[in-house]
Design a protein around this ligand. Structure first.
Ligand code: ZN
Length: 200
């Protein structure tokens, strides 16, 4: 522990901020200072917003999404197609797909990806609840997992697990990013795009 240059309340604020993704000790100090300088316009409203969120937050018992109601707003929305399930690793991925506005079915949040190294087994993920949902008239399961080793391991595992149910299982294509130039792609992306080529 380095010498404290501020009171314990401020040090605690910095330590907590440093736990946020993307913030190291240095950027946490800068963030804390920005908050302290704007006590009325930023620090106090942020504190209140955090308290409100902490009190209201619920994990959806159907899909694993984070919301202020259980079932979540997406699961309750009657306009969303219940026959198509999109499986994601994390709520952040669900948010990304919602921002893109491309999917009008329902989601299922796994809560991570399989990883032997980190001891993440299928039992640690929301796999059992996914299998249970298949019985409710689901016709297609889209595996929207990350293009990482863990994501692909998870996709293979889920394909095997869902095979006996006779449900259509699809996954996202791997390929050239929009606006991407071939010369800049890594070999893995380029070969995946090449293999996934399609007739025009
Ligand atoms: Zn839900």
């Amino acid at each position: 522990m380095t010498t404290q240059s501020a009171g314990p309340e401020i040090e605690r604020l910095i330590q907590l901020l440093a736990k946020l993704p993307g913030l190291g000790p240095r950027s946490a100090r800068r963030a804390a200072l920005a908050l302290l300088k704007k006590r009325e316009s930023l620090l106090e409203p942020l504190g209140a917003a955090m308290r409100d969120a902490a009190a209201a937050i619920r994990i959806c018992s159907v899909c694993g999404n984070l919301d202020t109601s259980d079932p979540c707003a997406l699961c309750r929305d009657p306009r969303r197609d219940p026959h198509i399930l999109c499986v994601v690793e994390d709520v952040a991925d669900l948010w990304a797909l919602e921002r893109a506005g491309i999917f009008r079915g329902r989601y299922h949040v796994l809560g991570g990806a399989l990883s032997a190294l980190d001891g993440i087994t299928p039992e640690r993920l929301n796999v059992a609840s996914l299998v249970k949902r298949i019985g409710d008239g689901v016709e297609e399961v889209i595996l929207a997992v990350n293009a990482t080793v863990e994501g692909q391991t998870t996709a293979h595992y889920l394909m095997d697990t869902l095979a006996p149910f006779g449900v259509k299982v699809t996954r996202l294509a791997h390929g050239v990013p929009v606006g991407g130039e071939l010369d800049y792609l890594d070999e893995g992306t380029l070969s995946a795009a090449f293999r996934a080529r399609r007739e025009l």
